[in-house]
Design a protein around this ligand. Structure first.
Ligand code: FES
Ligand SMILES: [Fe+2]
Length: 423
């Protein structure tokens, strides 16, 4: 019997850790397709491990261990040749499986003895997903309702400089919304009181529901181990509600990226107006929210000092809430109440599954069945949002929704700096 798994096991995600092993048993988004150069490899750090990612000349993406096993140069400095990457230093070349296939200065028998790790990848919904778990991967989970519908898929990921699990816990904590985001149109004003919050285990993870005093409810769906599907009110006058899909992926133990896409049901002239506003907005945001949160937490700035034109204030509000707990929160002195039912439930599921992993017992196979849909207040019967998993998306008559990147340019720079291991 392995030792007892505790709250301390959530945060470390290196390859030998329990949380790291658990996350690696699920496909993870690791990069935005839009950020991958056509003819140049890039360095990628995920869960404290370094890789090289590149697009072969045939068009497929490949992910290998970061360093050349000859003398340790990072392979991202090299060149793409066919489906291979060639090291910048002495020209050793590796195919998409990580097999060394050429060593210009060596005799021919040596190369076949040298192999580095190669990891399956798939491009989907504007993201490069990777299987980092070894062995034969299961099929990549699909989200048909985000593939085909009348509207656009917006890519809106962000970096946050704290442990990924704090963001997971924050998602299952609706009683923060009225406080942290009280100043936004996107927030709801009611306090999510403990007795009105319910967290129930589902086939995918957790169905998390807040029932308002008037009886209307809002349900968000958490997907084990680190995904989320919810409906949210966006900050654009032409969009009523949108449905979002998030993955919280650790870069190292103190920083993560939320890969996020939004299913935005707008078409025609409204879609054009939204598109223009979004493209304008990504240019005007020119201050990094993680930097501002550092200044605020250090006492150098207050929220009133922030120019909302130049910074993403919703991000910043959640930065303060989560980074302000500490880069890695100390859970040993917490006092949890009834309002923390979501937090309690996610910890329970993670601990149960990590314990099974530690003990070599079977793990639950999580699936997002068609019944598992987010709902928001009275929107559950609106086919455009809320409950779209029930089938609106799957028909071939509906075109694939175009992908639109709405990340501020400064956010992209900040993500690439972190992913590249240089932050
Ligand atoms: S370090 Fe890569 S070929 Fe020498
Ligand atoms: Fe929030």
């Amino acid at each position: 019997m392995a030792s007892q798994v505790t709250n301390d096991d959530f945060h470390s995600t290196g390859p030998e850790t329990l949380a790291g092993r658990y996350l690696r048993r699920h496909w993870q988004p690791v990069y935005h397709v839009a950020d991958l150069p056509r003819a140049r490899p890039v360095p990628v750090r995920i869960m404290g491990q370094d890789y090289v990612l590149y697009r072969g000349e045939g068009g497929a993406t490949h992910l290998l261990d970061a360093r050349c096993p000859h003398r340790g140069l990072q392979l991202s400095a090299g060149w793409i040749e066919g489906e291979c990457v060639r090291c910048f230093y002495h020209g050793w070349m590796f195919d998409e499986t990580g097999q060394c296939v050429e060593q210009p200065a060596e005799d021919s028998e040596f190369a076949h003895k040298v192999k580095i790790g190669g990891y399956p990848t798939e491009e989907y919904l504007g993201l490069v997903f990777a299987w980092l778990g070894g062995g034969e991967p299961p099929p990549l989970p699909r989200y048909p309702d985000f593939e085909r519908f009348e509207g656009v898929v917006e890519i809106d990921s962000y970096r946050r400089d704290c442990n990924y699990f704090q963001n997971i816990e924050n998602a299952l904590d609706m009683s923060h919304v009225a406080f942290v985001h009280g100043s936004n149109r996107a927030a709801f004003r009611e306090i999510g009181r403990g007795r009105d919050l319910h967290a129930v285990e589902s086939d995918w993870g957790i169905s998390y529901t807040y029932t308002r005093p008037d009886g209307e409810h809002r349900t968000q769906q958490f997907g084990m181990p680190n995904a989320y599907n919810l409906t949210a009110l966006p900050t654009d006058p032409d969009v009523g509600w949108q449905e979002s899909l998030f993955w919280w992926v650790p870069i190292d133990d103190e920083r993560h990226i939320q890969f996020s896409i939004h299913r935005v049901p707008v078409t025609g002239a409204a879609a054009e107006r939204v598109g223009l506003r979004r493209q304008e907005r990504r240019k005007t945001i020119d201050i990094d929210h993680n930097r501002l949160s550092e200044d605020m937490l250090a006492g150098r700035l207050g929220m009133d000092d922030i120019d909302a034109e130049r910074a993403d204030t919703i991000r910043l509000q959640d930065d303060i809430a989560q980074i302000g707990q500490g880069r890695i929160v100390d859970r040993s002195f917490e006092r949890l109440g009834r309002g923390d039912v979501g937090v309690i439930m996610i910890r329970r599921l993670w601990i149960r599954e990590m314990q099974a992993l530690a003990d070599g017992k079977p793990l639950k196979d999580w699936t997002r069945t068609p019944e598992i849909s987010p709902e928001a207040w009275s929107l559950k019967d609106n086919p455009a949002v809320g409950g779209s998993n029930r089938g609106n998306g799957a028909s071939d008559d509906v075109p694939s929704a175009p992908l639109v990147d709405v990340r501020p340019y400064i956010e992209i720079d900040s993500q690439l700096e972190l992913l590249g291991g240089r932050a």
